[in-house]
Ligand binder design. Structure first.
Ligand SMILES: [Zn+2]
Length: 253
């Protein structure tokens, strides 16, 4: 097992928009930040084509900059040490030049050398084209980062030990499910109630997105349970000795 004393445990998150992290894994991030893991968050876009809010929080022209600020505030709340916005076009991420975004992601993987990477599942939770695209680009970059023949100018190769996807069930439904551990695709399951206040604060930091956040997390009869659990699905990595597992680093040598 990895020793917390001698190895920097690093989790790299590769998402499409500011707020993807707070919707899907805020409690997990807060938990691992408290354990001393280094968290690195990549957002491929600034969410500049999204909602400005109702009533609007800002003008459309400055939405990208405002959402970057919201993401940095959420990251601060969650204990995410590093935030990188890659500057791709919101809603058009799938058209990003593959060689260029591969190089950006390989550079990040070799610089931070994470054992664990989180991204969207290949269906992007809700089939959002940007979510599907970042899942695809991340899956492309991980093996490239491990192979010294790719992009040698970006540093020594690095092999990621485990890739995790968003689960096939919406995380905010897990707390009301009678047996979330029985659901296929729930390979890692976390009771995040100790960190639910941090998750609520991170969600609220995305002020421009207040409508969808209220609808999914706060304006619902089961609001408390929506902040109770989070889950991830193993894309690949060491075989799991139990499902669901409760430690992202389980089985990593
Ligand atoms: Zn998104």
């Amino acid at each position: 097992m990895l020793s917390w004393d001698t190895v920097t445990r690093t989790i790299l998150l590769s998402y499409a928009h500011p707020d993807d992290e707070s919707f899907t894994v805020a409690g997990i991030l807060r938990k691992y930040a408290a354990l001393g893991a280094r968290l690195v968050l990549l957002s491929a876009t600034s969410g500049q084509a999204g909602s400005t809010g109702d009533p609007p929080v800002c003008a459309r022209e400055v939405l990208g900059a405002v959402r970057e600020g919201e993401l940095r505030e959420a990251a601060r709340i969650l204990g995410v040490a590093e935030v990188h916005l890659l500057g791709y076009q919101d809603k058009h991420l799938a058209q990003a030049p593959p060689e260029e975004i591969r190089a950006r992601l390989v550079g990040m993987l070799r610089r931070y050398r994470p054992q664990v990477v989180l991204t969207f599942d290949p269906n992007g939770i809700n089939a959002h084209p940007d979510h599907v695209a970042i899942s695809r680009f991340t899956s492309d970059a991980i093996p490239a980062a491990a192979d010294a023949r790719w992009l040698p100018e970006l540093g020594p190769p690095h092999e990621v030990s485990r890739l995790l996807w968003t689960p096939p069930v919406r995380v905010y439904h897990l707390g009301s499910h009678p047996d979330p551990a029985a659901l296929p695709g729930v390979d890692f399951l976390f009771d995040i109630r100790p960190w639910s206040e941090a998750k609520a604060a991170a969600l609220r930091a995305h002020r421009t997105q207040h409508k969808s956040i209220q609808r999914h997390y706060f304006d619902c009869p089961d609001a408390g349970r929506r902040l109770a659990m989070e889950a991830l699905r193993q894309a690949w990595g060491p075989p799991l000795t139990r499902r669901p597992e409760t430690d992202l680093f389980a089985g990593l040598e």
